[in-house]
Ligand binder design. Structure first.
Ligand code: SAH
Ligand code: SF4
Ligand code: F3S
Length: 441
């Protein structure tokens, strides 16, 4: 038998890229590739890239530069660029870095075996189509190997919302949902292989409308209730949601579905209605705050997380203050915040930009507030009993690390529970980015 070829994949960007990288490794597994963690051993290097902010895209080119030496030593080494930079820049990547052999966009991963064969024949391979066929259906089914207790599962892709700052509708294409039965089959398979918690993924996951077994389109809440029936699956999460798709049945599920965890990532981006309008978000600060109240009425202990952009074009000091006020009112349990980054081809790129120093100052002020809130939410857990799904041993001997229902990292010393066990833990203390606790009973 031929020696397996070695594949090195580096993943940037969001969780959907993490999921896609797994599927690409499986697709190339059929071509005799095994994964390696060192680029020096690789016969193929794949960068699965992100285009969301300027820095993320530039990283790809500097990383490619670092592989130049490897390619010179090993002419058979193939270098590929996948993901959202591949989609956005296409052939331009090969012009800037002629050593790149393969460029493949996120909707064409099922064509990887064919593209890889082309590179082996000494050709360049480029595919950034948005094909009609369902890439997931064409990707090889997962091998039955055992895996860790948590997994991502993409149920919806693409976005039709066109926020004025965002590249996703261009890099991932139009919104598409996978049929219910395929999602449930994949979930069952994951559970058989040791998975206890599944995070359903989509750029607009709560806009999910996959074909149900009855032929009608099912909502995300309906899909969650179907997954609730899967024995051995203990926890369900989903990300990322848009406020305008937060339907009543989904809100209600947060109150009634025991497997659905009390954590919701619901980005608002900004607190000024003027800016929200310029962003094309189609919601106001007020409607967002009312929505959070409704969700908290259904599930009082739910932890809310968000995304924020500061320094969007034309954002004034008063607009920024509205963001600070909204944050003060909502009280986030966790959040991601970014300086606005100009993305060529998006509407906001053409508008009056906020000076960099002003963006930096706003980001620092916002992050200080968000960090205080994050810490407060964590501190509130002390002396409470929480569910923890253990994932792996910690740094200290005998220690185990897992995630609480509210997605806090929890470590337990002298822990008798194994990875994959869901146990009750009493929280003893709150540290910078995690909680410490002790097993109950
Ligand atoms: N689909 C998700 C998030 C997609 S991107 C949603 O709609 O919420 C993740 C986050 O990156 C966004 O929520 C936004 O806060 C940030 N982001 C997107 N484009 C950006 C840009 N041009 N500059 C800075 N941050 C950006
Ligand atoms: Fe981007 Fe807006 Fe779509 Fe989210 S909803 S992916 S921020 S365009
Ligand atoms: Fe980045 Fe593409 Fe995800 S731009 S955030 S990898 S959808």
């Amino acid at each position: 038998m031929a020696e397996p070829k070695k594949l090195f994949i580096k993943t940037y960007g969001c969780q959907m890229n993490v999921y896609d990288s797994e599927r690409m490794a499986e697709a190339l597994g059929g071509q005799g590739y095994e994964q390696t963690s060192s680029p020096e051993d690789a016969d193929m290097i794949l960068l699965n890239t992100c285009h969301i902010r300027e820095k993320a895209a530039e990283k790809v080119y500097s990383e490619l530069g670092r592989f130049k030496g490897l390619k010179a030593e090993k002419p058979d080494l193939k270098i590929g660029v996948a993901g959202c930079v591949a989609q956005a820049e296409g052939a331009e990547i090969m012009r800037r870095q002629p050593m790149v052999d393969l460029v493949v966009g996120p909707q064409s991963y099922h064509r990887l075996p064919e593209l890889e064969a082309r590179t082996r024949a000494g050709q360049k391979a480029l595919d950034t189509d948005f094909p009609q066929e369902d890439k997931f259906e064409h990707l090889r089914s997962r091998p039955k190997a055992k895996r860790g207790p948590t997994a991502f599962l993409t149920v919806q892709e693409g976005c039709d919302k066109f926020c004025a700052f965002c590249v996703v509708p261009y890099t991932r294409g139009a919104e598409v949902s996978r049929p219910v039965e395929r999602v449930v089959t994949e979930a069952r398979d994951l559970v058989e292989r040791g998975v206890r918690e599944i995070t359903l993924l989509g750029q607009n996951v709560n806009a999910y409308h996959g074909a149900g077994p009855d032929g009608a389109d099912w909502s995300l809440a309906q899909l969650i209730w179907e997954l609730d029936k899967v024995d051995g699956l203990e926890r369900i999460r989903f990300t990322t949601s848009h406020p305008n798709d937060m339907t009543d049945d989904l809100i209600e599920a947060h109150g009634t579905c025991a497997k659905l965890m009390p954590y919701l990532h619901l980005p608002v981006q900004a607190g000024s209605d003027r800016i929200l309008k310029r962003m094309n978000r189609a919601h106001t600060a007020e409607s967002y705050v009312r929505l959070i109240e409704k969700i908290r009425a259904a599930r009082p202990d739910i932890l809310i997380s968000g995304d924020f952009i500061v320094g969007f074009p034309e954002e004034t000091a008063a607009d920024f203050q509205s963001t600070m006020d909204l944050v003060a009112e909502v009280k986030y349990g966790s959040a991601y915040s970014f300086k606005y980054s100009t993305r060529p081809g998006t509407p906001a790129a053409e508008r009056d930009q906020v000076p960099e120093a002003e963006k930096t100052d706003r980001l620092h002020r916002l992050q200080a507030l968000l960090t205080t809130q994050q810490r407060a939410a964590q501190d509130k857990m002390v002396n409470k009993t929480v569910g923890v799904l253990f994932e792996r041993p910690g740094r200290l001997p005998g220690q185990m690390v897992g995630k609480s229902d509210h997605l806090h990292a929890v470590h337990v010393a002298d822990c008798t529970a194994d990875a994959g066990t869901l146990a009750k833990v009493r929280i003893i203390s709150s540290e910078a980015n995690s909680l410490a606790g002790a097993l109950i009973g």
